[in-house]
Ligand binder design. Sequence first.
Ligand code: V47
Length: 354
Amino acid sequence: MKSIIKKIENKERLTYEEGVRLYDLDLFTLGTLADTIRQDRWQNRSFFNINRHINPTNVCKDVCKFCAFSASRKNPNQYTMTHEEILQIVEDAQKRGVKEVHIVSAHNPVAGLEWYMDIFRKIKKTYPSIHIKALTAAEINFLSQEYGHSYEEIIEMMIENGVDSMPGGGAEIFDEEVRDFICKGKVSSDEWFEIHKLWHQSGHMSNATMLFGHVEQKHHRIDHMIRLRTLQDETGGFNTFIPLVYQRENNYLNVKNFLSSQEILKTMAISRIMLDNFPHIKAYWVTSTVNLALVSQAYGADDLDGTIERESINSAAGAKSASGMGLEEFVSLIKNSGYSPVERDSLYNELKVW
Ligand code: V47
């Protein structure tokens, strides 16, 4: 173990085997190692943005066992927003100072490709300064299959219609066996990577998530990180890594053992250590709880996402995020936890130190 610690202190890259062994370290040591990396890069700054999540439809042709958002036997309330409704949300959000809309939907086979694409054009035309972060690789794969377009063509449409960056959703766990068990039929791991690579090659940035704390084991998480690290070496197109803590309600996974806070913090710290080429690690307060996200700042995380305003995917599965968080509260929580709140734009340009 000493040689692994030495490697981290010397800023040397860890192998898969060494990554798996990190979980045997105690939390304090891991935290100290991850915090040193975080402090080197970002000192006491904690980034956030003023954003609005919009989830325009929950009608989905796929059945992911962990998902409580898509309309199903457990969630019979189907909805699909009209473009007018979505534009009204953006209009109201912009008045409140929102600078990014994060638009993610289910895989709705009746809405039509135009329904997906036109809304981006309408938002960009009416609110050109709003950053549109939209369409996960899972949605792009769905649109490609459903409407017979290549990934390149869908990406071209996204760019033409005003999408600025891609969110990191749909990554779940890349290990094929686990993936088959939790979300068979959805975008494969190879396809997820192909789509992000093409997006990066088009000159745009994206994020990457990892859904953990369900049926996966620790080594699957390390494998997940290493696959991301490999593409990042090639393209440099990822901004941030977001470990999403599995939420347990209203879904079909039937998980009995849940993660301890220790394990969540260890995973946060290990992400910071393993992903040496990722600029940012995001503690997504929606799935970790706000308190643990604040503690995560001392375990490698330098980003806390944002005010969000409304969130339907994780809150459907039990997260306390349905109505986001007020800006004043967000800022004061970061300050009171000993960090300097830095409002950023979606590409991590610093806008204001609060
Ligand atoms: O891909 C679904 C996850 C993701 C559950 O890019 C669940 O900045 C926990 O990707 N428990 C969508 N998670 C959210 C997402 C995201 C969130 C915040 C920021 C960014 C970003 C991206 O939510 C899905 C899936 O992995 N999810 N169900 C659940 N029960």
